[in-house]
Design a protein around this ligand. Structure first.
Ligand code: PLP
Length: 431
């Protein structure tokens, strides 16, 4: 069977032993249909699937691969670290170096704790916020994702500013009864929530540039109102920058918006593709953590020596002068190219980007919240996704995900992507 599709064969094998054949749901192509591509190797801006077909990669492992795959300085740092041992369960100098590097770039943080995943970091930040304030309620926004801790797997209840309902089986309603779920960019609802519950709110957690409902910015007014209401009511403002940290700019979404959160959650880029995440903030709050304070938090592999080597080497590269200017320009040229191609072919379209992160919508306006994002024509998005995939361009397999450009993407890659999209837009227009 010389023409057998190796991805199909692997998917069948995977499904026999791994639920849905994947270790994280969005990889399964459930939203867009078809067979997930099993990746064999990656280099620069590309990866190759099990059929040895090459794709221009606009996922970058969902954000971490900001330098592209296999950056020589990062590979060298990791190889060196591996030879020194995989894990000790005892502190290392490299953890201090990474902590110092992160704190130097994110001025709102005075101390940081390293963990292994964004989920773990967000969950720990939540516990810390509750422990430090002695309060139990938390605010989150529909369409923002903060990992899969029980209290955060919620959707809005009916009515304004109500407590959420679980979105996953296995989460008892009691666990989400302290989570207020509000509409993103809705100032009136935010004010109502604080007016009703202000004295009981431990923290407000937000993706200030949201990347888990495609790409939606908090308006400057909304972000400022979040900051002001938290300060006024003694609640902590938590920026979940797992996606935006070192991705939208060297100082994250907080740098872009000019807002100082109380706690910051980081992940993705800070591990450079290895399991590494972090949360941090002012000394007085961070010292509430064990072993100094009463808020328990721990991890066998936290601050892993290979992961920290990978993260440090990645941070070193992105802190070089001009890195984000060049990355932003590249991302903008993709976004502008796609807009022009859509306009030329009569396809309703809009797009936005910041640093190396972008989103596009098959509609004329830029959505301000999750409900609007989800009005996107699903069938049209799926046709675009598969059309691009056929042409060797790999974007996120769901319309509610952001996209990522790396430093390794070339002008030729961007031009080829725009041309592929133009062909698909043209073929899909009635004539
Ligand atoms: C990816 C992501 C998380 C979860 O991180 P994991 O490492 O997948 O657990 C949390 N918050 C945001 C904003 C994310 O994008």
């Amino acid at each position: 069977m010389p023409n057998a599709d190796q991805n199909d064969i692997l998917f069948e094998r995977a499904r026999a032993v791994i639920p849905g054949g994947v270790n994280s749901p969005v990889r399964a192509f459930k939203a867009v249909g078809g067979t997930p591509r099993f990746i064999r190797r990656a280099e620069g801006a590309y990866f190759w699937d099990a059929n040895d077909k090459r794709y221009i990669d606009y996922i970058g492992s969902w954000g971490p691969m900001i330098l592209g795959h296999g950056h020589p300085a990062v590979v060298e740092a990791v190889q060196k670290a591996v030879l020194e041992g995989f894990s000790y369960g005892a502190p290392t100098e490299r953890e201090i170096e990474l902590a110092e590097a992160i704190l130097a770039l994110v001025p709102s943080m005075e101390m940081v704790r390293l963990v292994s995943s964004g989920t773990e970091a967000a969950m720990s930040a939540l516990r810390l916020a509750r422990g430090a304030t002695g309060r139990k309620h938390i605010i989150k926004f529909e369409g923002c994702y903060h990992g899969h801790a029980d209290a955060l797997l919620v959707k809005a209840g009916s009515g304004l500013a109500t407590f959420g309902h679980p979105t996953s089986a296995g989460v008892p309603p009691e666990v989400t009864q302290h989570t207020l779920v509000l509409e993103y960019n809705n100032i009136a609802q935010l004010e109502e929530a604080f007016a009703l519950h202000g004295n009981d709110i431990a923290c407000l957690m937000i993706e200030a540039i949201a990347g888990n409902m495609n790409f939606v910015r908090a308006t400057p007014e909304f972000a400022a109102r979040c900051r002001a209401l938290c300060t006024q009511h003694g609640a902590l403002l938590v920026f979940d920058e797992v996606m935006t940290g070192f991705r939208v700019g060297l100082h994250g979404a907080q740098g872009v918006l000019g807002i100082t959160p109380d706690l910051t959650v980081l992940g993705k880029v800070i591990g450079g593709g290895m399991p590494l995440a972090a949360f941090g903030g002012p000394r007085a709050i961070m010292e509430q953590l064990a072993p100094l304070g009463p808020v328990y938090q721990a991890g066998t592999l936290s601050g892993n020596p290979v992961a920290t080597a990978c993260g440090l080497a990645t941070l070193k590269e992105i802190a070089k002068p001009g890195f984000y200017e060049s990355l932003s320009k590249k991302t903008q040229s993709l976004v502008e190219g796609l807009k022009a191609a859509a306009a030329a072919e009569g396809q309703p379209f809009n797009a936005d980007s910041e640093g190396g992160m972008f989103g596009f919508f098959l509609m004329n306006e830029l959505p301000q919240n999750y409900a609007t994002v989800m009005t996107t024509d699903n069938a049209k998005f799926n046709a675009l996704f598969h059309g691009l995939l056929d042409r060797g361009v790999y974007i996120a397999p769901a319309l509610y995900e952001a996209g990522f450009v790396s430093a390794a993407h070339t002008d030729e890659d961007i031009a080829a992507t725009v041309e592929a999209a133009r062909q698909i837009f043209r073929a899909s227009q009635p004539r």
